[in-house]
Design a binder for this molecule. Sequence first.
Ligand SMILES: [Zn+2]
Length: 173
Amino acid sequence: MSAEGTVTASVLSLVLVDGDRVAVFDTGNGVGAGKLVPTLEALGIGAAGVTQVVMSHWHPDHINGLSTDGVLTFPNAQVFFPQPEYDFLQNAPADVVGGAVAKLQPALDAEQVAFYNAEDEVVSGVQAIATHGHTPRPYVVPAQLRRQPTASRGRCRPERLCIAAQPRVARRL
Ligand SMILES: [Zn+2]
């Protein structure tokens, strides 16, 4: 974490363990292609142990791991999705965003989705900040951790921000 309180990571998924709360930030390329779920299993958490999933935006390398063939990867997790991104999905051409909508739909059907905006405290201790330009509409990424998490590679301990795997592996998450 920098002196400004930001974290720079070269991985697609992060895991925050805080007591009974296990928050996953973005779900990566998917169960078949990614290492997120196997890494969670290796950590003794498993997909079922995830209580919160925070999505930054709808791009496939971030949302594909949210569900597979209509089945949620993290069945017990509330999914936090940025409202501006959801609004975009509602109006964008299906041939552009249809895949992302299909990944999100099981969570919507299960009424497990909550929406957030810039400046919201998305999950406890994590505030959303607005960044613009990566997607067609302004999007929101939860990147400001207001506690004192310690960046840690491949390990999860309470109240620490954890990278889900070693960086050379985690790039494929
Ligand atoms: Zn993207």
